[in-house]
Design a protein around this ligand. Structure first.
Ligand SMILES: [Zn+2]
Length: 277
């Protein structure tokens, strides 16, 4: 069995970092960071275009950092699965979302945590990183326990807390554009796939109505779905699902034909909502 000195552990960390980098992530090690995987909100200005970050607290031992890193990679694996929304739609909504603190939310969250730790172990196996199981457990169990404790402390039935009643719902701004960076305060969505995934998620968690989407028309090469395709998704959903509260649609495309199509779509969405009442 390989020696477990600092150097080998560092090499193993590098293997997982490399695995994440191949998937578009930047891994940030810093003392005191709250370890997490961060798909939307970059910590550093210069990483605005990178958008995918994993933060790891570098204070604990290297072995603990390795386990945490595997766990965060496990989150990526869990989230990338097709059945993710079905399984955990109420668990981790998009960054910036005010979560509905229902029983379902907490159960989904805890379930996802368990699975991410499990996937971390599977990933270690695939990358041929030996893991000392008892040490992994020493890191995994308290982390899971803290989630369970948090879940149990929460109130049942999703009744809002006093603080939630006081603060109005947060409006999220989404900037759909393949090239132009999102203005300050907007979350940059680079392509239609990412947009569809989010719209689907927002529809299932019922907070689409608290979102604003600003549309570009062309998103990459001509085989890619356009902003118009994304807007049509909203249009169709609004017409077919009366419980769907559509996002507010803004248009920033420079393409005149695209603009006209998007405008038509936005008007159709408005009409569908008006026709309901
Ligand atoms: Zn986690």
């Amino acid at each position: 069995m390989a020696r477990r000195n600092g150097r080998t552990t560092a090499a193993r960390i590098a293997t997982v970092v490399n695995w994440l980098e191949c998937r578009g992530y930047t891994v940030v090690f810093e003392r005191g960071l709250e370890s997490q995987i961060h798909p939307k909100e970059p910590k550093f200005e210069e990483n605005k275009t990178t958008k995918r970050e994993v933060w790891i607290d570098s204070a604990p031992s290297l072995e603990c950092q390795l386990h945490t890193l595997l766990h965060e990679a496990g989150h990526y694996i869990v989230e990338s699965r097709k059945n993710y929304l079905e399984k955990y739609a109420y668990g981790y909504p998009v960054v910036g979302t005010r979560k509905a603190k229902t029983v379902m939310h907490w159960v989904h969250l805890v379930g996802e945590e368990f699975e991410a730790w499990e996937e971390g172990l599977n990933l270690a196996r695939r990358l041929e990183i030996p893991i000392r199981k008892p040490v992994y457990e020493r890191h995994r169990c308290p982390a899971l326990m803290s989630y369970m404790r948090k879940a149990i402390e929460k109130r049942d039935g999703g009744s809002p807390t006093a603080a939630e009643v006081r603060s109005p719902p947060m409006i999220e701004l989404y900037w759909l554009d393949d090239m132009r960076p999102a203005p300050e305060g907007w979350i940059w969505i680079h392509n239609a796939q990412e947009a569809f995934r989010l719209l689907e998620l927002h529809a299932s968690t019922g907070h689409s109505g608290n979102t604003v989407w600003s549309f570009d028309h062309d998103l990459g090469d001509e085989n890619e779905p356009t902003g118009y395709d994304v807007a049509q998704w909203i249009e169709e959903r609004t017409h077919t699902d009366s419980s769907y509260d559509p996002p507010r649609i803004l248009i920033h495309t420079a393409n005149p034909v695209g603009r006209e199509n998007l405008r038509r779509c936005a008007d159709s969405v408005k009409r569908a909502v008006l026709a309901r009442s």
